[in-house]
Design a protein around this ligand. Structure first.
Ligand code: SAM
Length: 265
């Protein structure tokens, strides 16, 4: 009787613990354990992991010796890892890698630098959706303080991209470049970046609706929280971009980007 009264609380306690871990960044999506060349030992089939990935398998997957996990080698194939040893600090697996990672989305995303919290969400989401080329650009309404964010450090960006790859079972890291000046970027670089693609700029005020299932590569520019200013819209139009809308509802950047990608592909 006592046990049956305790059971729901135990489950509730577990859920709270997982929620706490997610909130404080200890538990993250990991539908694939991402491996690096340096994780491999000896015969090329054995890997040893310590730190976040080993902890995640132990605490979130609650997997033990003999369990099989989905794994993938960075920029390479996807496969299975069978756990051969698991301690409080380390995890060992025997892995086979046989499958290609999911197909990428043929899109280059030009994203006005959002606030760090939003940037984290957008990077994870677009990486999970298969975007492989991201440019973080300055526009007039990007707050200056955002450029000082530690999230723009290479290692911090990479961490967000890896979380997106792990979520989607992908292994191919997107490239992220940062352009801190709008005018030279748009005037000198954008036409080469967008060559051969359908170039679109997302703007709630546009009269044309965003096309669906375009079936061809796209370069997509998305504005900051306050939107693009008219000068920026004109400058992108001069480079062949067409302004398109998702309708009259102004969406947050982290919602607009997946909505646009879902509609385009
Ligand atoms: N007040 C701003 C405006 O009217 O442009 C809203 C900016 S919105 C929060 C940030 C960016 O998300 C926009 O610059 C645009 O690129 C994209 N976006 C949001 N809602 C959109 C919509 N309904 N249609 C097209 N793009 C949208």
């Amino acid at each position: 009787m006592a046990a049956s009264r305790r059971a729901p609380n135990d489950i509730f306690g577990d859920l709270l613990a997982v929620r706490r871990m997610v909130r404080y960044g200890r538990a993250r999506p990991m539908n694939l354990v991402l491996l690096f060349a340096e994780d491999f030992q000896g015969d090329g089939e054995r890997v040893r992991l310590e730190g976040r990935r080993a902890r995640h398998v132990r605490e979130v997957h609650r997997a033990g010796v003999g369990a099989r996990l989905r794994v993938g080698l960075l920029d390479d194939r996807v496969g299975t890892g069978e756990i051969t040893a698991l301690t409080d600090t380390a995890l060992e697996m025997r892995v086979t890698l046989a499958i290609s990672p999911p197909a990428p989305l043929p899109v280059t995303l030009l994203l006005a630098l959002p606030r760090p919290k939003t940037l984290r969400k957008v990077l994870q989401a677009v990486t999970a959706m298969g975007v492989k080329r991201i440019v973080l650009m300055k526009t007039w309404r990007v707050e200056k303080s955002f450029w000082a964010s530690p999230l723009l450090a290479e290692a911090a960006l990479r961490e967000q991209l890896m979380l997106g790859l792990e979520q989607a079972g992908d292994t191919v890291l997107p490239s992220v470049t940062v352009r801190r000046r709008f005018k030279p970027f748009v005037e000198d670089e954008v036409s080469a970046l967008a060559a051969g693609t359908l170039a679109l700029l997302a703007h709630p005020g546009a009269t044309a609706m965003c096309p669906r299932d375009v079936g061809r590569p796209v370069t997509l520019a998305v504005g900051p929280e306050g939107g693009f200013i008219p000068y920026e819209i004109d400058a992108l139009r001069a480079q062949g971009f067409e302004a398109v809308s998702l309708g009259e509802r102004r969406l947050r950047v982290e919602h607009a980007v997946p909505a646009l990608l879902g509609r385009l592909f």
